[in-house]
Design a protein. Structure first.
Length: 1085
């Protein structure tokens, strides 16, 4: 029980990770934020996740010197909130010229002449106020804000209940950062996506200094790819056009930004309000419950499926909004409360034949048909009496909008009344102005939303996707495609793909419904004789091949066919350079039964998927799959199982030829050992599995091995091991053995030395590392930092992991003889892939190790036991469960005892200080639940009862346990030898305790070593360290488990209370329970 090491848990090689946890970024950072190295603006927000809602503390005009430092002052509108000081060109600007994180402000100084300085670590901003009073106001409010910021940070650090929020925000805030070109600017910007905002900096340096240009709140943003490498970020105020370094990068940016938008919209307040009208609790079209979308101009509340169809109709027909949107963005509340789905449907759905009714389970085709008929054609509406009489309709409209009858207005407008008609009154010429005049705000709102909707073409079919043109086509076939192409006029319209002999032919030579197409495959260039070609896999099992030499023609076809193929909510599936898109049957988890139909698109290492009933496209990075295997694969049927982040997804193939393509596509995307770093199999933290495996192994078995990384190992074994790791690193289990350590060490070196482009991303990119310009250490460090940031994510993560590892190795230099310098000599040429004649490579690596914490921005041994537990469980994919309490135990093999670390204890520091008999083990704390129950019912936080006691100084080597009265209260633990029991049952004890120890100096371990022959198995070992020399170990043995739990609970209770002595008892208890819950994993979810 005691000798369990990490590795024995869950068969995941956790040991290495845990060990390297301390100074490592790659361990604590979650997958999303492998690159959240800088804490600059991150930290400032981590204590207030709602930072973008931070109210303005002070704003006003100030004069400011321009950055060049000339003394010409410029008038700027300055705004301060709890997190940032910003200044703007003028008071109407939405986007600041400068944004300064309060966190980075070190002081605020008065400097004569109505001036004051805001000093950050690297820069000083000089402001001048109108007069001294205004100056004083600014200075004092700034100082106060900075102080409060510090306080809140301190409080968060102290306050146990905040540790979770703090951690959670630290791990999730920055989701992407890097350089992007922005149109209209000559130089690139450093862009950071952080929580719900996008921050723009001139460069990475600025980011680390906490001084940026501006922030863009994403809660009202939309993101759209525009060209290969470019995309637009549109807010209600303006559009920002960016160009990424590569197409792939653009994909990533767009994806992360979209996640950022949807995250920022996850407010439920609006939905709750709108659902308070009962009729709005069901979708206006299909009746599905809890509809959380709405069409603001048609005035209907919709489910996500119907909303998807609405969106497909275009803005001119239906303006779709999420109810999950920020409350402030929703002005339509009242309109929806006044009208409600039922009343509005009295108009829109007055005459629906039962056969055409929609229900929540209707398929997308039915939905499409119904929604188009309902809103585009007005097929089911209740015709207004004036229908067809334009003038009368317009007149009626002008009258109705003076009243509160919005429903009548809706009926008029959607029966033909012109929202923009002339009212006849030159003072109030438009219907909107009339409604405004009469104070009918809801009417104004309704009219505004329908201002530019194209009512006139309402009878026109609304399917937006249509495309025509010539393509070369082969005869369809069921097998390998023949290459006899003929030129055909092709047309995609209303979900039908048809082709003709020529443009002029009136009868088609063939047709297929897009709904019968299973899969669209984009062929590699040049395949099948044409420059560009694609295939359509039909439900019948037939395959159609189309080709053209012009890339643009084919790209356009692929785009429109892709769009027509997938449901509107799945549009993201086709908005990138995919290789295949289509539908597959799948199951999730262990079940084989009742597969659902899902939509997938695949390209390179990315598999995008939209599972049944979801409205968000999900993303699997195939390089990071935990497992992939096929089941029952044969010519006729088979399935491929992907295990991703603990989720098991089984994709089913059947007889059709499309499955095989999916399978081989997925297998190719898994990552290959002979590719560059970013094509390798990766861990969650973007480190190649090969590197991770080797580092874990050395960490576990080789840290103290003399000459590690310098000894050469057995060449044949190294080659064989590297070969098998390159083939499939995940499948390789490194076995233990004496020589093995050196072999593995050499595998790591050889891999790094040979990997394509190397860790520094090619020879060219590695040069600036080798030729940093400054002589000063501090400046070189910041140059390294900037260079680190310019590395692609996988390279950055890999370098971080390797340097971290070397940092750990040199911690054991006394034993392994490998200090920083020795390691650098070995790893310099390895990492830079040089021949070693130039020693600058070694120097750089040495400096990287030396300044590891600074460059990689990791805070040493600050990892708490709690963080460690969370990390281990995350890595082991162990979901938190109610009543499950996990702790990190310090286990002492020799003494056969263990104790759960206090959640705040610094696990890494402890780990490094452990002797060879000790381990840290993360495991369930089986006493915790019982202890919590006991504590909850406790009236008095002290305990006294008889207990069996022994200590190290037994007589003649034979230790005996004898009865003592043991008293434990808020100050100390005392043991009394002589006890008398009075007649009324009270225990009287001698005035002098035999043993005494202050509570804060106690460490309580579970268990007593067997050699001492404890009288029961319910023992504790109490280590008392009152003074350096006076370290005592006492053994206390209880008679029952129940008794033991009571003692342990009291100890824990008292030791936790020492953190908040002055609190009242009840607060203390709450605090106590919170603390223990954080020990447990309740806070994980
Ligand atoms: Zn619906």
């Amino acid at each position: 029980m005691y000798v369990i090491q990490f590795i024995q848990y869950h068969q995941v090689n956790l040991s290495g990770h845990i060990f390297s946890l301390g100074p490592v970024t790659h361990c604590l950072s979650p997958p999303l934020c492998h690159n959240s190295i800088y804490l600059g603006c991150t930290l400032s927000q981590s204590f207030n996740p709602d930072f973008h809602h931070s109210p303005v503390i002070k704003m006003g005009w100030l004069h400011k010197t321009p950055p060049q430092g000339t003394l010409v002052f410029q008038k700027r509108w300055v705004m301060l909130d709890a997190q940032y000081l910003r200044y703007f060109q003028n008071e109407k600007e939405v986007y600041s010229k400068r944004i300064i994180a309060i966190l980075s402000v070190t002081k605020v100084l008065n400097v004569g002449g109505q001036k004051f300085e805001v000093v950050t670590r690297n820069r000083t901003f000089l402001f001048r106020a109108e007069n001294n009073t205004v100056r004083e106001e600014w200075v004092s409010v700034l100082k106060e804000t900075i102080q409060q910021h510090c306080n809140s940070m301190e409080k968060s650090l102290m306050n146990s209940s905040d540790t979770r929020g703090q951690r959670a925000s630290r791990v999730s805030l920055i989701s992407k950062q890097g350089y992007l070109e922005m149109s209209g600017l000559r130089s690139k910007l450093y862009v950071v996506i952080c929580a719900d905002s996008v921050f723009l900096y001139r460069n990475a340096e600025e980011h680390s200094q906490g001084v940026g240009i501006t922030s863009i709140e994403m809660n009202l943003g939309t993101v759209k790819g525009t060209d290969k490498r470019s995309f637009n970020l549109t807010t209600i105020y303006r559009t920002f056009s960016f160009v990424a370094e590569s197409e792939q990068q653009r994909e990533q940016w767009v994806e992360v930004l979209q996640a950022c938008v949807s995250h920022s919209l996850s407010s439920n307040a609006v939905a709750q309000k709108i659902w308070s009208e009962e009729a709005n609790q069901r979708c206006a079209d299909c009746g599905a419950p809890h509809p959380d979308w709405a069409s603001v101009n048609l005035c209907v509340v919709l489910c996500k499926c119907c909303a998807g169809v609405h969106r497909g109709l275009g803005q001119s027909v239906s303006k779709v909004r999420s109810l999950k949107m920020d409350e402030n963005a929703w002005t339509e509340n009242q309109l929806f409360l006044l009208l409600g789905n039922d009343k509005v449907n009295l108009f829109w759905a007055a005459n629906i034949p039962p056969s055409e009714m929609l229900c929540p389970s209707s398929d997308s085709e039915e939905r499409q048909r119904f929604v188009t008929a309902k809103y585009c054609q007005g097929k089911y509406r209740c015709y207004h009496a004036l229908f067809g009489q334009q003038e009368a309709l317009n007149k009626a409209l002008c009258n109705t909008i003076q009243t509160g009858d919005v429903l009548e207005t809706l009926s008029l407008v959607f029966c033909g009344a012109d929202v923009n008609c002339y009212t006849g009154d030159p003072e109030l010429p438009s219907p909107v102005s009339v409604a405004q005049h009469y104070g009918q705000t809801l009417q104004v709102e309704f009219l505004t939303h329908n201002h530019n909707t194209g009512r006139s073409n309402e009878t026109k079919a609304a399917l937006p996707i249509s495309h025509t043109g010539y393509l070369f086509k082969t005869a369809s076939s069921t097998r390998a495609v023949t290459e006899h192409f003929s030129r055909r006029w092709c047309s995609l319209n209303q979900g039908n793909f048809s082709y003709y002999e020529s443009e002029k032919s009136s009868s088609q030579s063939g047709q297929m419904k897009m709904s019968d197409v299973l899969c669209l495959v984009v062929n590699p260039q040049g395949k099948h004789g044409y420059g560009h070609s694609f295939e359509l896999y039909h439900d019948s099992g037939r395959v159609y091949l189309f080709g053209e030499d012009s890339p643009d023609t084919v790209r356009e076809w692929i785009k429109v066919i892709g769009k027509a193929l997938v449901p509107p909510v799945a549009e993201d599936l086709v908005g990138w350079s995919f290789e295949r898109v289509g539908r597959l049957r799948y199951t999730v988890g262990q079940s084989f039964h009742c597969p659902c139909l899902g939509w997938f698109s695949l390209g390179g290492s990315r598999l995008l998927l939209l599972l049944h009933g979801e409205d968000q496209v999900d993303n699997i990075d195939l390089r990071k799959l935990q497992e992939l295997f096929t089941q029952g694969y044969s010519e006729t049927s088979g399935a491929v199982v992907l295990v991703d982040r603990g989720r098991r997804l089984r994709l089913e193939g059947d007889r059709r030829p499309d499955y095989q393509g999916w399978l081989s596509g997925i297998q190719q995307g898994l990552g290959r050992g002979d590719g560059p770093l970013d094509q390798q199999q990766l861990t969650e933290t973007e480190v190649p599995v090969i590197v991770d495996r080797c580092i874990s192994y050395i960490t576990q078995h080789g840290l103290k091995s003399e000459g590690i990384y310098r000894r050469c190992g057995v060449n044949s074994k190294i080659a064989a091991l590297l070969l098998s790791l390159r083939h499939d690193a995940r499948q390789v289990r490194l076995s233990e053995g004496v020589c093995q350590v050196d072999n593995v060490a050499n595998v790591l070196k050889r891999f790094l030395r040979e990997v394509g482009e190397g860790v520094f991303n090619g020879h060219q990119a590695s040069l600036p590392w080798l030729h940093t310009t400054s002589d000063e250490r501090r400046e070189r460090v910041s140059q390294y930092k900037a260079l680190l940031h310019s590395l692609p994510p996988v390279n950055r993560a890999t370098l971080g992991a390797v340097i971290n590892h070397l940092y750990c190795v040199q911690c054991f230099a006394d034993e392994n003889q490998m200090n920083m310098h020795n390691l650098a000599i070995v790893f310099g040429p390895t990492l830079f892939q040089t021949d070693g004649t130039d020693n600058s490579a070694g120097q750089v690596v040495e400096e990287l190790i030396q300044n590891y914490q600074d460059i990689f921005n990791v805070s040493g041994s600050a990892v708490s036991a709690e963080e460690l537990v969370c990390e281990v469980l995350r890595r082991g994919n162990i979901p938190p469960q109610q009543g499950d309490y996990w702790s990190c135990f310090l286990v002492n093999d020799n003494q056969e005892m263990e104790r759960p670390l206090h959640y705040q204890e610094r696990a890494l520091a402890i780990y490094f200080s452990l002797g060879k008999d000790c381990h840290l083990v993360v495991k369930r704390n089986c006493y915790m639940e019982a202890m919590l129950i006991y504590i909850a019912a406790m009236v008095d936080v002290s305990r006294n009862s008889m207990i069996k006691f022994s200590d190290e100084k037994g007589q003649r080597g034979k230790r005996t346990f004898s009865r003592r009265l043991c008293v434990l209260d808020g100050t100390s633990l005392r043991l009394y030898k002589e006890v008398k029991v009075t007649e009324d049952g009270r225990r009287m004890c001698s005035t002098q305790p035999e043993r005494e120890c202050q509570v804060h100096a106690l460490k309580v371990y579970y268990g007593i070593k067997k050699r001492l022959q404890p009288p029961s198995c319910w023992g504790m070992t109490v280590v008392c360290e009152q003074a350096e020399r006076d370290k005592q170990q006492w053994y206390l043995c209880c008679e029952s488990k129940n008794e033991l739990i009571k003692w342990l609970a009291t100890f824990m209770n008292l030791q936790v209370v020492s953190f908040c002595v002055t609190e009242t008892y009840s607060t203390f208890l709450t605090c106590c329970i919170t603390v223990m819950c954080s020990l447990s994993l309740l806070l994980m979810d």
